[in-house]
Design a protein around this ligand. Structure first.
Ligand code: MC0
Length: 152
């Protein structure tokens, strides 16, 4: 049986916290209504990201602490976007898990060094001006993993 000391990560503290969980939804207004009026979360932020093909909203508690994870609602701007294809294949539901990082370029290099495929050669712009990249779900044990370096 392995001792806990045998399974300590080679890269302790590579990630800061869970930044958000992304839910694919067909209708953003309807999803916001459900998650605020029924589930009791608050709408914190809303924006359109043309490059990612999404209209998105962040929801969470009113007293958002530094490391509280948020829930991201993602609606497709068009059918042939990542979210459009996800909805066609799976229906609505959890599409991604996002880890917050301090230095996206460093973390990307470490993960590439372990043979993981990142989807973009360079960071792209995500929610609120953050820098983002994704690990391919086939290389992250079946989960589409987003890496988020928040805007300064
Ligand atoms: C696809 N697969 C998934 C998956 N999407 N597995 C888990 N979670 C997902 N979300 C699986 C498929 O079932 C398939 O498995 C395999 O991955 C490859 O599928 P594919 O047909 O080759 O690829 P596509 O066309 O489905 O694309 C998947 C891919 C795409 C992850 C590459 O969704 C992508 O580029 N995503 C990154 C961008 C993104 O998600 N943007 C929207 C959020 P089988 O076993 O059938 O082979 S924007 C965002 O999040 C921003 C605004 C932010 O937070 O700041």
């Amino acid at each position: 049986m392995s001792d806990i000391s045998d399974i300590v990560s080679d890269n302790p503290d590579l990630f800061v916290c869970i930044d958000h969980v992304g839910l694919a939804v067909p209708d953003l207004d309807e999803a916001i209504e459900f998650h605020t009026k029924v589930m009791g979360w608050r709408l914190l932020h809303r924006e359109t990201n043309e490059e990612q093909g999404v209209e998105e909203a962040m929801i969470g508690t009113g007293e958002q602490l530094e490391q509280n994870a948020q829930i991201q609602l993602l609606a497709p701007l068009k059918e042939d976007s990542a979210i459009g294809k996800f909805l066609a294949r799976n229906g609505q539901g959890m599409q991604q898990l996002a880890y917050r990082v301090k230095d996206l370029d460093h973390v990307s290099e470490v993960l590439r060094g372990h043979g993981l495929r990142l989807l973009y050669p360079e960071a792209k712009i995500g929610t609120g001006g953050s820098r983002i990249n994704f690990v391919h779900p086939k290389d992250a044990r079946g989960v589409l993993l987003e890496l988020v370096e928040p805007a300064a």
